[in-house]
Design a protein around this ligand. Structure first.
Ligand code: SIN
Length: 542
């Protein structure tokens, strides 16, 4: 079955929703394709907030400098400046759309100013937030606006399989993106969605690791599809591990926000001793790469299952007011954070690299845009500064939306000549155990061999395994009817291979990429750029 619309948005995190609203307000008809319910994505679970200069004590220069410092020499200066300067207007846009943020209080009275919190790597308080559930507040507000918008059609429980490109239909033609094949997960039917442009906002690929702070949706779908369609991908070795996820057998991927450390939380060993002073003068508020590596080191040295985050120096009232979500969640697991330290471990949290885009969110395939965690805009470099990601989502949703309005792309191919999804050569899968097993294997060896501290030997081991899984899944994909697990596994394997190849190509340690064979940082910072035609990563000046 074929469907036509003006613009297709794949993914419904903050980037996708912001893009959809901005473009729908300009009169475009939008189709949002999302694998689960609209609000089930990483943005929804973001706790900390949105970094934006919003006080007299702060400045754009300071936010720019903190972003560059965290990024380890790989941020694009013009992008950082541009994004930082859009901070206040991005917050304003959310407020106009009905999002209410936490306000400052004086002597029990609410002031008309945002309460600003702090996170690692920020030299000032500048994180605008809604208590400790900022993503939930932002997503749920925008979701209700989306559902009430006459120009937006929402397709929940639909998963994108593959982009449709002009060169696949007409090899001699100049390439452009025509649409996307999409599986209706519940009805097991594949649709052909056609549009003037496709916007990939599918988030990152942290599900390629067994321990992650992300929901199940983070399977790198957009990055894998764009790569298969011939787009350039960059800096994928920079996987950010959040230092503090709750360590509890039943707490699947629950984050303990960095703002807990911003408000004074101390990292301690089981004997109660602090350790961050040994690693960085900023201690608990050093950037995430440093804190996660320090924890990893302490856990390995002491043979520990976890370390602890102690915030018991704050009163129960303070904790309940600032961290109601964390307070309650921990209490459900029998941990009273006002009285006892919280057991925590690092977990895969954010994909800093992604599909290479310009300052308009454009990929190198005309008609295809990538925004949010799917993209490599140059804002994060080798390590993302906390709370810069939600800001990036809004800024790039805005520029991409404006660019499409000003530069409409039209393909020369008529809709009727775009083929429907062909299932004539495939049958129903008979051994789904292969998918389940490969999924498990991939995530475990990525954790063990491509984690916080890497070695060339471990990376080579990972590459051999990922190539083998890739072959098996390719065979499965060509013989059997697709389902969600298979589509996601295929994407994860694709992205895992890109991560491993990128990590092997970087012969130095920088930002989030720490490799024991090359512990030094090179004088010159270069990006790792993967170009589809060569399959081999090429380093390029960044
Ligand atoms: C956190 O609250 O610690 C996460 C914020 C982020 O990843 O930027």
């Amino acid at each position: 079955m074929q469907k036509r619309t003006d613009l297709i948005v794949v993914g419904s995190g903050l980037a996708g929703l912001a893009f959809a609203l901005k473009s729908a307000n300009a009169g475009y008809k939008i189709a949002i394709i999302t694998k689960e319910a609209l609000a089930e994505n990483s943005s929804y679970y973001a706790q900390g907030g949105i970094a934006a200069v919003s006080s007299m004590e702060d400045s754009y220069e300071s936010h720019v400098q903190d972003t560059l410092n965290a990024g380890g020499g790989l941020c694009k200066h013009d992008v950082v400046e541009f994004v930082v300067k859009q901070g206040p207007s991005s917050i304003e846009w959310l407020v106009q759309n009905g999002v209410s943020f936490s306000l400052r209080e004086r002597e029990g009275n609410r002031l008309n100013e945002f309460h600003l919190t702090k996170e690692g790597g920020h030299s000032k308080r500048r994180v605008v937030h809604a208590a400790d559930a900022t993503g939930k507040k932002v997503e749920s507000t925008l979701v209700s606006n989306i559902l009430n918008h006459k120009n937006i059609e929402v397709h929940e429980n639909y998963i994108a399989i593959e982009l449709i490109t002009q060169s696949k239909l007409e090899p001699s033609a100049t390439d452009c993106c025509l649409g996307v094949y999409v599986l209706n997960i519940k009805e097991e039917q594949v649709f052909t969605f056609i549009s003037d442009a496709v916007i990939l906002a599918t988030g990152g690929a942290s599900k390629s690791y067994v321990y992650t702070s992300n929901p199940d949706t983070s399977t790198g779908d957009g990055i894998a599809m764009a790569w298969r369609a011939g787009c350039t991908v960059a800096n994928m070795e920079f996987v950010q591990f959040h230092p503090t996820c709750l360590f509890h057998p039943h707490a699947k991927s629950f984050l303990i926000s960095e703002t807990v450390r911003g408000e004074g939380g101390k990292l301690i060993l089981p004997d109660g001793s602090a350790f961050m002073h040994k690693y960085d003068p900023r201690e608990e508020l050093a950037p995430r790469d440093i804190v996660a590596r320090a924890i990893d080191h302490e856990m390995k040295a002491g043979g520990l299952d976890c370390i602890y985050l102690d915030i018991t120096m704050k009163s129960k009232e303070f904790l309940y007011k600032h961290f109601p979500n964390i307070y309650q969640k921990c209490l459900n697991f029998g941990i009273n954070i006002a009285e006892q330290p919280i057991p925590v471990v690092p977990a895969a949290h954010y994909t800093c690299g992604g599909v290479e885009v310009d300052l308009n969110g454009r990929t190198d395939l005309p008609g295809l845009y990538c925004i949010g965690e799917t993209a490599n805009t140059g804002l994060h470099g080798a390590n993302r500064l906390a709370s810069n990601s939600l800001l990036e989502c809004i800024v790039f949703a805005d520029v991409a939306s404006k660019h499409i309005m000003e530069n409409p792309v039209r393909s020369s191919i008529r809709d009727e000549s775009i083929p429907l999804w062909d299932e004539s050569q495939v049958s129903d899968p008979n051994e789904l155990i292969v998918v389940a097993h490969n999924w498990e294997e991939l995530r475990r060896f990525m954790w063990n061999y491509v984690g916080i501290v890497r070695t060339t030997k471990r990376l080579q081991r990972a590459l051999r395994r990922v190539l083998m899984l890739g072959e098996e899944v390719h065979e499965f994909y060509s013989q059997f009817r697709v389902n969600r697990d298979l589509i996601e596994l295929r994407n994860l394997i694709q992205v895992a291979e890109i991560i491993v190849r990128s990590a092997l190509a970087r012969k130095e340690s920088r930002g989030l990429h720490f490799v024991l064979d090359y512990p030094e940082t090179a004088d010159q910072a270069t990006s790792t750029v993967l170009v589809k035609s060569s399959e081999t990563p090429k380093a390029r000046s960044g």
